[in-house]
Design a protein around this ligand. Structure first.
Ligand code: HEM
Length: 298
């Protein structure tokens, strides 16, 4: 428990502690929709995904401040629960293809290096530089965010697992990362939009989108090639990869009920046919989220 509390202390130390809010991805909005199976049965069979399923989800801006700007250069996230029974599947995915830490210690140190320096009024660039030099595996995540304009709408964002899950393939076990590919394409803010949009535009752009019809993503497995690193969510998988389409995620409406905002997206809830990622991060998440949930209510 102490190590898990340290993870939440690290988030609170950098972003502050905000009663009622998540320690990470504090700003967000809840939505509902459904999972639609593919017409052709996928080569990776997960019984839950053979039929239509209800979906609860929450889009978010990365970081632990409830008033983060929607233009901030952090990740965007989606927490998603497919199915409302115990055999359902819950995931929390981010817009960057890889995560920023591959261990509890690195997670804590990454945040400590970005703790606002009162004299500077933000992170101390020298500390960030020193952390990056000592932890080069964390750089691809940061480089991706630097090179990618914040999305114009949550419906125009990619969402990735970073973790590699295990599946039963037609010819034996296989490993894959999960990728939600937006039907409307990935669209970043233009410079003009960055200067004219409000700090809370993501609610309005999503509402506009849903007024015109659902937002959809193709839910894909990106299959690991033989050389890909499976036990480190910070390491990119470069080059061509085979993909398996599992179905469509369809979001139809914003859920303004309090229960939607409070829901916990615990990644440990998985169908029996899916094997948990074998890295040093996945196992920390469920118990760390529980600490955050307890603190939300303190
Ligand atoms: C050491 C590993 C990690 C820790 C300690 C951590 C911590 C947290 C915490 C404390 C929350 C808020 C939980 C709550 O109050 O409900 C959260 C939410 C979230 N995390 Fe993580 N996280 C980790 C890894 C990851 C990874 C690998 C991803 C995705 C690649 C991710 C994506 C998200 C998303 C999207 C949310 C928001 C979910 C929602 O809307 O409820 N996290 N994380």
């Amino acid at each position: 428990m102490t190590q898990l509390a340290k993870l939440i202390d690290a988030l609170n130390g950098t972003f502050g502690r905000h009663k009622g809010f998540r320690a990470s991805h504090a700003k967000g909005l809840a939505v509902t929709g459904r999972f639609i199976p593919t017409v052709n049965a996928p080569s990776v069979d997960i019984p839950l995904l053979r039929s239509e399923q209800p979906i609860s989800a929450r889009f978010s801006v990365g970081g632990g401040k409830p008033n983060m700007s929607d233009k901030s250069p952090s990740v965007r996230g989606i927490g998603i629960a497919i199915g409302d029974k115990s055999d359902g599947w819950t995931m929390a995915l981010i817009s960057a293809p890889v995560f920023f830490a591959n261990s509890a210690e690195q997670f804590v140190d990454f945040l400590a290096a970005r703790k606002p320096d009162p004299e500077i009024g933000g992170p101390n660039p020298e500390k960030v530089k020193a952390f990056n030099a000592a932890n080069p595996n964390t750089v691809p995540h940061q480089e991706y965010l630097k090179a990618t304009a914040p999305c114009r709408c949550y419906s125009n964002e990619n969402y990735h697992s970073g973790h590699a899950y295990g599946f039963a393939g037609p010819d034996g076990p296989l490993s894959a990362r999960i990728f939600l590919e937006p039907e409307a394409g990935r669209i970043g803010l233009t410079e003009d939009e960055k200067s004219t949009y409000s700090d809370d535009f993501l609610f309005d752009t999503l509402l506009d989108k849903l007024d015109g019809g659902p937002a959809r993503w193709t839910m894909k497995l990106v299959l690991a090639n033989s050389g890909d690193v499976l036990d480190d969510p910070t390491t990119p998988w470069d080059g061509e990869h085979q993909e398996v389409t599992l179905g469509t995620i369809e979001i139809t409406q914003i859920d303004e009920n309090e229960a939607g905002q409070k829901r916990v997206y615990d990644p440990a809830r998985m169908p029996a046919e899916v094997t948990a990622p074998q890295d040093n991060v996945f196992g920390l998440r469920s118990p760390a989220y529980a600490v955050s949930v307890a603190r939300r209510n303190e």
